[in-house]
Each structure stands twice: as structure tokens, then as C-alpha cells.
Design a binder for this molecule. Structure first.
Ligand code: ADP
Ligand code: MG
Length: 542
């Protein structure tokens, strides 16, 4: 039928388009990077879905084709990928699904106008960057496995249209009607140089049409397969940005080949910034699994969840190319790779932890995530304990458990911690008085997760870890400096009176050597949850 449906863009898309079209100029060639990356992703996804046989395979030699047409002033990017249904066209290209893009729009709107072009250059804005160079964009797509095709079209203002279309093969074609001042994107030479600059590491063939022939434009050598000495820091960074949809410099780059019991090459990155998609969002590791360079899936769980901030690629010879999801779950090969890769990341962190200032950058971004490992991977909790950093009642900055232990007082039997919501409030807590008076250091824990792990970890270098709010803390063996403590008054007659007055609200009232200036303090029952845990449980309604 000839019906054309008209749809409004989501409000955020409208704002983004406005910024994209009006704010930039200098870096607009990145539209090609964005569209080619989407096309390559779509081919990867189709290849993997086809393994289970449900959809037709990617045709032999299937490439992403970039086709300039000088007469029509159009640039077409076509891929034999997974394609989109009508509904997917409307959602993927009509709303902003990615929280990262949303956060980016925010920072773009807040940036001074002069800074915007470089911001866009750094970040990329996905599909919508097409409107930097085109005043009309048509996307025709046929989902692999479906019979019908649909066309999405827009001039990048308030709305887009959807209409029925025809397409012989599954995949997607994007036709850009180039703006008058964007004619240089019709030059094959220019297109090729952009692709080489931004997309050389994409392993799907990319071609640029010239005089009726498709000429290869990318080298397509998987970066991780090149010898380290042939890789510049810039190409590592570019690859990292492409993988993670991020635009900072990596804090760590790990590139190695394991040979022997199991053969694989890994190229992993630890981000230098906390990603927009806050670590709380995605809970699973997205390290990509390749088999002999071919992308298989980013859902193989190659790293435990508590290392999910690591991006990268693992490429192995030890799995068949047509490995299916089911097989991935069952194969011991993956478990072995996982162990090796996890150990390598831990050892890298241990090495970098020796440089306190440098390590603090990592810790402030991802420390809370790392702590989850204390529950999730008890087999690694000794390693993780060495990587933990804390605020402390005794020293500025971050301190480790090992440093704490080296400062323990004579007669001090445990590592003391106080968990709560804010470090500033913790530092002022009356719970610390007796510890301060005796010069006993207390670690101040203010992450949500801090209420939970000390009990799990239980000990570090044989020293028990105790919450200062627990009733059974015994400081009597630690000598206080002369004059730091007053002679304790005899309160033995007061205690039963208090217990009587508070009735069931407390289980016990007792004298303590933990206080100096304050008359009373709440303590948690021996063996029970500490106070912060009780607060969290109460908040959760339990
Ligand atoms: P991102 O790629 O980061 O998700 P984009 O704005 O670049 O964001 O693309 C939005 C979505 O549109 C993609 O996630 C994908 O689902 C879909 N999409 C874009 N281009 C294609 C394509 N060539 N083939 C299939 N799906 C695509
Ligand atoms: Mg994209």
C-alpha cells in the first residue's frame, strides 16, 4: 500500500538533532564512523544469530558498502546485517535508547557553544550524526528472517515517516541526501581516508564504490592480532573508544597472548573515566569473544561481574567457528579462559596498586564494583582484599588494609571499621571516641556495599575485621596515653534503670570503655548485624 505513517521524534531526539545540526562543523566526518560501525555491528549480530539456524546466514563475502552518487548527490551505506523490523526502526531511530547518549545530550547542552564541536568529536552521537551532513536521510531495512521491508525517512526536524518498501535481501541501506556544503563526502578518496582513520580495525570488509567497482577500504586486520610493537598508542585508544562507546583514554591496556594448555589472545582495557552508563546499569561483563578473529558474542561472561568495567576482546583458536550459545555455556574452554583472564586482570591491578596516586584514579571509579567480588568470588577474596582502599580516622587520603595493619597498636586485636552513609559524618561519630583516645585507627566505610562485605571477608592477615558498633569490641588491652581517659564513674546502679525505661527497645544496657565525651552510644548485638546493616535492612522494610 502507499500509506505513509508520520511519527513525532521523542523530545530528547529533537534536542539532540538541534544540537547536532547547529553546533558542529569541524568534526562532522565522524558521521561515517558512526554509520559504518552500526552496519558492522549489524553484520556481526546476524552472523551470530544465524548460527542457531533460525535466520539465513550472511552471504559469502558480505561487506558494508559505501556508495557515493555524484549525480544524485547521495551517499549510501548498505549492509547485509540483521536488519530492523518496522517497530525497531521506530524505536531505534526515533527515540534515544542509550542512556549514554542521553547523558551526552545533557553535557552538550550545558557546554559553552565554543566547546561543543570538540565534545561531539570526542563522543559521537550515533545514528543521528547523519544529519550533520544530510538534510534528508532514508533508511530501508529488512529484518533477517522476515519477508517485508520498511523505509524510515526524515529531514531531521520534528518527525519521521515509515512506509512499506521492497528490499531483495535482508539488511539495511541508509541513503544520505547530502547538504550543499557536504559534497566532499562524494569523493571516494576522501571516504576511504576517513574509513582508514576511524574504522580500520573493523573486521567486516568495508568497500567504497568508485567508477562502478567496490574497492576495499579497511585493512580489517584485527588489531589484537598484530604484534604489540606495531601498534601505536593512538590505535589502541581508537580501538578502545570504538569498543566501549567511550571517549576517554584507557587507564590500563592489557594485551597478551596465552599459549599452551589453551590458546588465546586478549586485548583488554580499564577505562580512565567512570562511564556514563554508570557501572550500576549493566551488571554483566561485555568482553567480546572472537573465534579466529570472527566476532561471536559479547555475552559469554568472559569476566566475572565485579570486573565488568573491563572492556575488550578475547580471541581464541580453541573453539569452533560455529559455536552456539548452548555450546558456549557447556564448554570447559570458556571456563579456563575466564580463569586465566580474571587472574591477569587481578595481577595487573596489584602491580598498578603500588603507585598510590595512579591507583586512586582507578579506585575512585570502580572500587565499589570490585568490592562485589568479595561475595561473588570467594576464591578471589584474598586478592581483592589487597586491592581495597579506604578512608580512615587516622590518615588523609586512601589507605590499604596492609597499611592499616602496619599501624595497629600494641594490644589491638582487630581491624576496626565503621560503616555509614557519608565519610564526613562517620569521622564525627561518637562511636569513634574511645578509639581516638587510645590512638586506634578506624576505617570509615561509606559505600552501600560496605555494610555487607566485612563479615564475609572476616579476616585480613589473620586479623579479624570488626565493626566498632558491635557490642563486643574490647579495647581494654590497648593502653591509652596518659590523661586521655578519665577515671570511669560507677554507673552500675544506672544501668538497670535505663534498661527499665527503654524496655524492649534495647536488649541490653552496659558500661563501655568506648566513649570519652558522649554519655551514650548505640551498639549492635554480638553476632548480629552491625548498625549500618540494621539501618539498611530497616530502609528495605525488613
Ligand atoms: P548505538 O549504535 O550506540 O546503539 P546508534 O544511534 O548508532 O546507537 O544506533 C541506534 C540503534 O539503531 C542501534 O543500537 C541499532 O539497534 C539500530 N541500528 C542502527 N543502524 C543499524 C543497521 N545498519 N542495522 C541494524 N540496526 C541498526
Ligand atoms: Mg552506533
Amino acid at each position: 500500500s502507499e500509506t505513509v505513517e508520520r511519527h513525532e521524534f521523542g523530545a530528547e531526539v529533537g534536542r539532540l538533532l538541534d544540537l547536532v545540526v547547529h553546533a558542529l562543523y569541524s568534526d562532522r566526518e565522524i558521521f561515517l564512523r558512526e554509520l559504518v560501525a552500526n552496519a558492522a555491528d549489524a553484520v556481526d549480530r546476524r552472523r551470530f544469530e544465524a548460527l542457531t539456524g533460525a535466520i539465513p546466514a550472511v552471504p559469502e563475502g558480505g561487506a558494508v558498502r559505501v556508495v557515493p552518487d555524484k549525480e544524485a548527490r547521495t551517499l549510501t551505506i548498505a549492509d547485509p546485517g540483521i536488519g530492523m523490523t518496522k517497530a525497531e526502526l521506530a524505536t531505534n531511530l526515533g527515540t534515544i535508547a542509550r542512556s549514554g547518549t542521553r547523558a551526552f545530550t545533557q553535557s552538550l547542552a550545558e557546554a559553552p557553544a565554543g566547546d561543543r564541536p570538540s565534545l561531539i568529536g570526542q563522543f559521537g552521537v550515533g545514528f543521528y550524526s547523519a544529519f550533520m551532513v544530510a538534510d534528508r536521510v532514508e533508511v530501508t531495512s529488512r529484518k533477517a528472517g522476515a519477508e517485508e521491508a520498511w523505509s524510515w525517512a526524515s529531514e531531521g526536524r520534528g518527525d519521521f515517516t515509515l512506509s512499506a518498501a521492497t528490499r531483495e535481501e535482508p539488511g539495511t541501506s541508509i541513503v544520505l541526501h547530502l547538504k550543499e556544503d557536504a559534497a566532499d563526502y562524494l569523493e571516494p578518496f576522501r571516504l576511504k581516508s576517513i574509513i582508514r582513520k576511524w574504522a580500520d580495525h573493523i573486521t567486516i570488509p568495508i568497500t567504497v564504490a568508485r567508477d562502478g567497482t567496490d574497492e576495499p577500504a579497511n585493512e580489517g586486520t584485527a588489531l589484537w592480532r598484530k604484534p604489540k610493537s606495531d601498534i601505536t598508542p593512538e590505535s589502541y585508544t581508537e580501538f578502545y573508544r570504538h569498543l566501549g562507546h567511550v571517549f576517554d583514554e584507557p587507564w590500563a591496556t592489557l594485551h597478551w597472548t596465552a599459549e599452551g594448555a589453551i590458546d588465546f589472545t586478549a586485548l583488554l582495557f580499564i577505562p580512565g573515566m567512570k562511564p556514563f552508563e554508570a557501572v550500576e546499569g549493566e551488571r554483566e561483563s561485555r568482553v567480546r569473544l572472537h573465534v579466529r578473529r570472527m566476532f561471536i558474542t559479547d555475552e559469554a561472561g568472559l569476566l566475572p561481574n565485579w570486573l565488568r568495567f573491563v572492556h575488550g576482546v578475547v580471541d581464541t583458536e580453541d573453539l569452533p567457528l560455529n559455536v552456539s550459545r548452548e555450546m558456549l555455556q557447556a564448554t570447559p574452554v570458556l571456563a579456563r579462559i575466564r580463569r586465566a583472564v580474571t587472574n591477569r586482570v587481578i595481577s595487573e591491578l596489584k602491580t598498578r596498586a603500588k603507585e598510590a596516586e595512579d591507583y586512586a584514579k582507578f579506585w575512585e571509579n570502580f572500587g565499589t564494583v570490585l568490592k562485589e567480588g568479595l561475595f561473588d568470588s570467594p576464591e578471589h577474596s584474598k586478592d581483592i582484599a589487597q586491592l581495597l582502599r579506604f578512608r580512615s580516622s587516622a590518615v588523609e587520603g586512601w589507605t590499604s588494609l596492609a597499611d592499616y595493619v602496619s599501624r595497629m597498636k600494641e594490644g589491638q586485636e582487630a581491624i576496626y571499621v565503621l560503616a555509614g552513609d557519608a565519610p564526613e559524618a562517620l569521622a564525627k561519630s561518637p562511636q569513634l571516641e574511645g578509639f581516638r583516645a587510645r590512638g586506634v585507627e578506624v576505617l570509615l566505610l561509606s559505600d552501600q556495599i560496605d555494610a555487607f562485605w566485612p563479615e564475609r571477608l572476616d579476616r585480613f592477615e589473620e586479623k579479624p575485621i570488626r565493626s566498632v558498633t558491635q557490642g563486643n569490641v574490647d579495647l581494654s588491652k590497648v593502653a591509652a596515653p596518659e590523661g586521655a581517659l578519665e577515671e570511669a564513674a560507677d554507673v552500675s546502679r544506672l544501668l538497670p534503670l535505663l534498661k527499665d525505661a527503654l524496655k524492649d527497645q534495647v536488649s541490653e544496657v552496659r558500661a563501655t570503655d568506648r566513649l570519652v565525651g558522649s554519655p551514650v552510644v548505640l551498639a549492635a548485638a554480638e553476632g548480629g548485624p552491625d548498625l549500618q546493616m540494621q539501618r539498611l535492612l530497616a530502609r528495605a522494610g525488613r
